[in-house]
Design a protein around this ligand. Structure first.
Ligand code: SAM
Ligand code: DTB
Ligand code: SF4
Length: 314
């Protein structure tokens, strides 16, 4: 059983010591030159019944995001092919759903998963809450990972979302694990939570039956019209400390520097990679929010002396 005190004692180390330890553990388990590039696609945008206070896609807030129907399979296949050409090895698809309903749309999503896998890429989806049976069907389709974030600590969660509970989230994570699918689960920082809330999230993840293979750390992208539109940006040293602590807490996992990179300097991103982050979202768009340009990221990789993504494919 991991405790808050354990995570605090790492998080509060002098920064050079914390960074050194995290880099050491990172090297023991990963090639530090291997920063995975993932491409994200919103296959069903907006109109969501949930009230997540950060989200552009909740129907409850006037964010200017229009609800669209589920994307067509051939369009998704085309985007995934393009992502592969750009050097992405993982393709992640998201829907603005509270939960999965059995029927034609879910069947379509299963076909999308199969077609991404047929391209030789890892496939990840985030569709909201799932039943055991639905998780099994995703596993049969070859899904690599399911993204379902706990977002924050159990204590802070009700301040952000009222339409579902922390335990609802945990139940879906259990279904995913039962089906043998890798769990991608992390959170968002910069929603007004304390540093201890961020660590409590890590404690929660560390105490899951199986620890997640993938831990996305998102910095809130403030969306106009949401209750969190005026949230203060995350302190950069706090971000680096959290990434390093996540690396130490989850030595084998991919720690993903996810949303919010477009407000980060190159230097801050490099610090995050040195602290153990080893994945980014690549391409101009996240789900609805912007991301650094592919060209900008290619330049960042060049400056770091790492293999560059190819951005010149027509
Ligand atoms: N509807 C599904 C769900 O909530 O599980 C899947 C899509 S949802 C948009 C996926 C994740 O994106 C959320 O759990 C949240 O962690 C992250 N996210 C959403 N809006 C964000 C924002 N404005 N800034 C940072 N992360 C965000
Ligand atoms: C995750 O942890 N971050 C991604 C992915 N999982 C689905 C989503 C980021 C969303 C950023 C806000 C937007 O694009 O609307
Ligand atoms: Fe809906 Fe997911 Fe956005 Fe919450 S985070 S409002 S569930 S799309």
């Amino acid at each position: 059983m991991k405790t808050l005190a354990e995570f605090q004692s790492l998080y509060r180390l002098p920064l050079p010591e914390l960074l050194f330890r995290a880099a050491e553990v990172h090297r023991q388990h990963h090639d530090p030159a291997d920063i995975q590039r993932c491409v994200l696609l919103s296959i069903k945008t907006g109109g969501c019944p949930e009230d997540c206070g950060y989200c552009a896609q909740s129907a409850r807030f006037k964010t200017g995001v229009e609800a669209t129907p589920l994307m067509r399979l051939d369009e998704v296949r085309e985007k995934a092919t393009r992502a592969k050409e750009l050097g992405a090895s993982r393709f992640c698809m998201g829907t603005a759903w509270r939960d999965v309903k059995d029927g034609q749309q879910f069947d379509e999503v299963l076909a999308m998963v199969r077609s991404v896998r047929a391209l030789g890429m890892e496939a990840c989806v985030t569709l909201g809450m799932l039943t055991d049976k639905q998780a099994e069907r995703l596993a049969d389709a070859g899904l690599t990972a399911y993204n379902h974030n706990l977002d924050t600590s159990r204590e802070y969660y009700p301040k952000i979302i009222s339409t579902r509970t922390y335990d609802d989230r945990l139940r879906t994570l259990q279904s995913v694990q039962n089906a043998g699918i890798a769990v991608c689960c992390g959170g968002i920082i910069g929603m007004g939570e304390s540093e201890d809330d961020r660590l409590r999230l890590l404690v929660e993840l560390a105490n899951l039956e199986t620890v997640p293979e993938s831990v996305p750390i998102n910095c809130l992208t403030p969306i106009k019209g949401t209750p969190l539109e005026d949230a203060e940006p995350v302190d950069s040293i706090e971000l680096v400390r959290l990434i390093a602590t996540a690396r130490l807490g989850f030595p084998m996992a991919r720690v993903r520097l996810s949303a919010g990179r477009d407000r980060m300097s190159r230097e801050l991103q490099v610090l995050c990679f040195m602290a153990g982050a080893n994945s980014i979202f690549f391409g101009d768009k996240l789900l609805t929010a912007s991301n650094p340009s592919a060209e900008g990221d290619a330049e960042l990789f060049r400056a770091m002396g790492l293999p560059e993504p190819c951005v010149s494919v027509p």
